[in-house]
Design a protein. Structure first.
Length: 112
């Protein structure tokens, strides 16, 4: 399951209606984010949330820089749209009865 799919599921559990707003540009062979930094738009009563999603902690700071450095970032914030960065990573979350490590996905959310 992709990090974007994980975030969509988590946001639905938090009561949001979620849509993916990034797409693959077949001409340039690259992913294109809404306004250059948004992968998902989520809404619920009285709230709009824009989400950038990444996998792996090594990608967290570059994505933060990409988001906050985008010329539309202040406009999105001033419009009252909440912004989050979701960074997914796999961690040891316990042990099986046989002593082996149990791993699970953890979402490190940064609220901007």
């Amino acid at each position: 399951m992709s990090p974007t799919t994980r975030s969509k599921e988590e946001l639905k559990e938090r009561g949001y209606h979620v849509e993916k707003v990034e797409y693959f540009n077949t001409f340039s062979h690259r992913m294109k984010d809404l306004w250059g930094f948004i992968d998902l738009i989520a809404i619920k009563k009285g709230e709009v949330l824009a989400v950038q999603v990444t996998g792996g902690m090594q990608h967290k700071q570059p994505h933060l820089d990409k988001m906050t450095g985008n010329e539309l970032f202040p406009l999105v914030k001033s419009a009252g749209i909440k912004i989050e960065l979701h960074t997914w990573r796999k961690l040891i979350i316990g042990k099986f009865k046989n002593g082996n490590s149990k791993r699970g996905w953890v979402n490190d959310i940064v609220i901007l």
